[in-house]
Design a protein around this ligand. Structure first.
Ligand code: MRU
Length: 341
């Protein structure tokens, strides 16, 4: 199934619970907004494009559950709930983008029933488009890879971070589909190990060769000539920086030092050229993510912890950004990205 979807029978949101992977594959259902915000905050659903779909479906769920009897009341309620959903993860722009796109579509409504059907149709459109645009993005990016290449990636920018196919791993999948042999080196991605738990799992499910390393091994593998390119996803792309999972910046510096191409794969919806790096809020996560692994204590319980979820890679470290509209080498203007096909 898709990473996240709408269940027409029950009017609920269904998703693969990514916190349980790879030990357990479990599909969970969110039938109220509290369960959705809990799922987003605890990373049951995660990754920028999947969060875009979660935001859209969240508004559709709120509209379905509402008992508001007139349009303005329902729209106010949806805007308020939209703000609650957006606040769960502040760095990934797709979450707010998904909420706002669905709320904007509701402007065409003429009564409460039409609001419900319009927001659901728009949320489903976001999910369907995500799959289609990841395929286009993948086809553009595949041209950058040579037969026999090894790609290093960080965190999970695969099908589990999207509705399907993936961005960074979508490029790998498209290159393989085009007949190239591609191997992947997956960085573990401490503290929540999305690389070890999710990237390694989803690539193995598709029989794509993958080798897992710890984050601190990336300089070594690049120095040893084991990496032909680095491809990562993004949570927010400003004019001057790419925000992605903590550790991405380190890999970009090492790639530059070793003259290895450093690619970012992301849909146009992840771009936010109205802001500069210093205007983006980096999500801070719970200290216990560093004090425990799988309920096992690994640090003093009272040790002070700094746990930012993302870092900012300066645009000058980025060789190119791969989008559904093509490949863009910095410096580029957002208009060029938007109008290209
Ligand atoms: O905290 P997460 O797991 O949501 O972080 C995800 C990432 O950093 C991904 O690389 C990013 O969202 C791009 S997903 C295509």
């Amino acid at each position: 199934m898709r990473t996240i979807d709408w269940n027409n029978e029950n009017s609920t949101i269904v998703m693969i619970d990514q916190t349980l992977l790879p030990v357990e594959y479990k599909v969970i259902e969110c039938d109220n907004i509290a369960s959705l915000t809990e799922a987003i905050s605890s990373l049951r659903v995660r990754g920028a494009p999947a969060l875009g779909a979660a935001g859209g479906f969240g508004i559709a769920l709120a509209a379905t559950l509402s008992s508001a009897s007139y349009m303005e009341k329902l729209l106010d309620e949806l805007r308020r709930i939209g703000n609650v959903i957006k606040a769960t993860r502040p760095t990934a722009v797709n979450l707010a983008w998904g909420v706002d796109r669905v709320l904007d579509a509701a402007r065409d409504a003429y009564d409460t029933d039409s609001i419900q059907s319009i927001v659901l149709a728009e949320a489903k459109a976001i999910a369907n488009e995500d799959v289609e645009l990841n395929k286009r993005l993948g086809a553009h990016g595949a041209a950058l890879l040579e037969d026999g290449d090894t790609v290093m990636t960080h965190c999970n920018a695969g099908r589990m971070a999207c509705v399907d196919w993936g961005t960074a791993l979508g490029v790998v999948r498209s290159a393989i589909e085009a007949g190239k042999e591609i191997k992947v080196i997956a960085c573990e991605t401490r503290p929540l190990n999305q690389g070890g738990r999710i990237t390694a799992w989803e690539l193995m499910e598709d029989s794509i060769p993958v080798t897992l390393i710890t984050d601190s091994m990336s300089a070594h593998v690049m120095q040893q000539g084991m990496v032909d390119s680095v491809i990562v996803g993004a949570d927010c792309i400003t004019q001057d920086a790419v925000f992605n999972k903590i550790g991405t910046y380190t890999h970009s510096i090492v790639a530059k030092e070793h003259e290895i191409p450093f690619y970012v794969a992301a849909p146009v919806s992840t771009f936010d050229f109205e802001r500069m790096e210093d205007q983006v809020e980096i999500e801070q996560r719970d200290a216990d993510e560093l004090r425990y692994i799988a309920n096992c204590q690994i640090a003093p319980l009272d040790v002070p912890v700094y746990n930012p979820a993302f870092d900012a890679t300066p645009m000058e470290n980025v060789t190119a950004v791969i989008t559904e509209n093509g490949i863009f080498r910095p410096p580029f203007l957002l208009d060029e990205v938007r109008i290209a096909q």
